[in-house]
Ligand binder design. Structure first.
Ligand SMILES: *Cc1c(COP(=O)(O)O)cnc(C)c1O
Length: 470
């Protein structure tokens, strides 16, 4: 009995499960009724009696894996959640074991050093100045890892608010503040405004083109109208890339406009920032360095287990003021041997999120990860080309990242019905999305093993459920 034995057994069972999934054995998704699972996993008995070790643990794990969604199965083309690299998973195990809640240096010096280096690595990728060590006063970029992109967006908008309305922290928010963002922005932006007390009404639709991309050429007009209403723009938000179709907003033009007008530009690059690793793909984010803040989810395209997100700012003092009125590098006592991230984040107890990303990077190297990201973008374009050749099928837009939106012949309702049937069969798992006022089937190519034969099999399976009215 004991940790080593249970952990060894778990790792062996997981390795077998991954190998099986990668070979397309088992179903990518299986959704038994929850009541059935509560019974079969014996959850209530185990909570009451304990004893989850040895053979009992083996039985439990087998049943748990049978009802787990298999992200490592190449039929997984659904959500923007990484198919984690095994070394990242080992990072999660180490962190779960040590529990170095490293928002303060003394609770995890090694984990803090990793976060410091990763934040600087990301800042350099964006084109911002890494933070010096020891943390001297003076200008540089800054950042922190958070439990997810939604929290990272909230943090960035808090930093923007501290700049335009420094009294808000103490006195509460002004009612004239608004955020200008394309309607295609992620719902976490609206949620952040709700949390911040600005209200969802403070989210104003930025001008966009027919593919829902921000139109910087029409920002002057939008800004003029808001100023006439007596509003102050807390931030302009741009997507890099947007969630629905994976399209990138024109960041250089948006950045130039914001600089000229003294506006904060926040780029939500939760999904798309990983393209910065690739010389070939990074032009999609051209102009990102003109922004004031951005977010980047490693648990999307960097093969990192959930969750590990970064919020980065061009001027670190902006982030240091997000949750207080005084810039907090002053707060740092010169004797301290390391850096406390706690003043930059909503969180108090914070996991060593950097470890899981670091271990993926350190196992694969940047160049191999860049090839993975390029490979998935290439695959998305090839899949789109193949789907376009299927009679009656339609592709929404040429993919710019690893996302493909397409429709089978039939109504919006039929697309939802097709997805329902795919999930019931459990060989392919995809999502749907609303884009340009219609419902689309949506492939997100996260799994490194998904290939064009999977697309052939998917199309064949979709062909088994023709549209009733076609
Ligand atoms: C995924 C995503 C988010 C939300 O990030 P979480 O890590 O899921 O909280 C925000 N914005 C965009 C553009 C995204 O793709």
């Amino acid at each position: 009995m004991g940790f080593a034995m249970d952990a060894r057994n778990a790792v062996e069972a997981l390795a077998a499960h991954l190998a099986e999934s990668e070979n397309r054995a088992g179903k990518v998704i299986r959704q038994p009724p929850m009541g059935e699972l509560i019974e079969s996993l014996e959850l209530e008995r185990l909570i009451a009696q304990g004893g989850l070790t040895g053979a009992a643990f083996g039985t439990f794990l087998e049943r748990y894996l049978a009802a787990a969604t298999r992200l490592h199965h190449p039929g997984y083309m659904a959500h923007q959640v990484a198919v984690p690299h095994p070394m990242g998973a080992v990072g999660s195990l180490i962190d779960g074991t040590l529990n170095n809640a490293m928002a303060i240096y003394e609770m995890g010096p090694a984990a803090s050093a990793i976060e410091f280096v990763l934040v600087n690595w990301m800042l350099a990728k964006v084109g911002w100045t890494p933070q010096p060590l020891p943390p001297a006063e003076g200008a540089s970029g800054g950042g922190v890892l958070t439990h997810g992109g939604s929290l990272a967006n909230l943090t960035a908008l808090m930093a923007a608010r501290a700049r335009i309305d420094p009294e808000a922290w103490q006195d509460g928010v002004s009612r004239d503040l608004v955020v200008l963002a394309p309607e295609a922005c992620h719902y976490s932006i609206a949620r952040a405004l709700g949390i911040m007390g600005l209200g969802r009404r403070a989210l104003r639709a930025a001008p966009a083109d027919a593919d829902e991309r921000l139109r910087p050429d029409r920002l002057p007009e939008a800004l003029g109208r808001l100023r006439d209403e007596g509003c102050r723009v807390l931030a302009v938000v741009a997507n890099g890339c947007c969630t629905a179709a994976g399209l990138y907003d024109p960041l250089r033009e948006a950045g130039a406009f914001c600089r000229e007008n003294g506006l904060w530009l926040h780029v939500d690059a939760a999904h798309g920032a990983s393209a910065l690793l690739s010389e070939r793909l990074r032009p999609r984010l051209d102009g990102l360095e003109l922004a004031d803040s951005m977010i980047w989810d490693a648990h999307k395209m960097l093969r990192t287990p959930t969750v590990c997100a970064a919020v980065l700012v061009r001027e670190r003092a902006d982030l240091d003021r997000a949750f207080r009125q005084e810039a907090s590098y002053l707060f740092h006592d010169k004797d301290q041997p390391g850096f406390d991230f706690i003043q930059r984040t909503v969180e108090c107890t914070k996991a060593a999120l950097g470890l899981r990303l670091f271990m993926v990077l350190a196992a694969e190297g940047e160049a191999a990860l860049a090839r993975y990201i390029e490979g998935r973008a290439d695959f998305a374009r090839q899949a789109a080309e193949r789907i376009r050749r299927q009679p009656g099928f339609e592709v929404a837009v040429e993919p710019e990242s690893n996302i493909v939106c397409f429709r089978a012949p039939g109504s919006d309702e039929h697309q939802l019905d097709l997805r329902r049937r795919l999930l019931e069969r459990g060989r392919h798992y995809l999502t749907t999305t609303a884009f340009r006022g219609r419902r689309w089937l949506r492939i997100t190519a996260m799994n490194p093993g998904t290939d064009l034969d999977d697309i052939e099999r998917l199309l064949a399976e979709l062909g088994e459920s023709p549209c009733p009215d076609a």
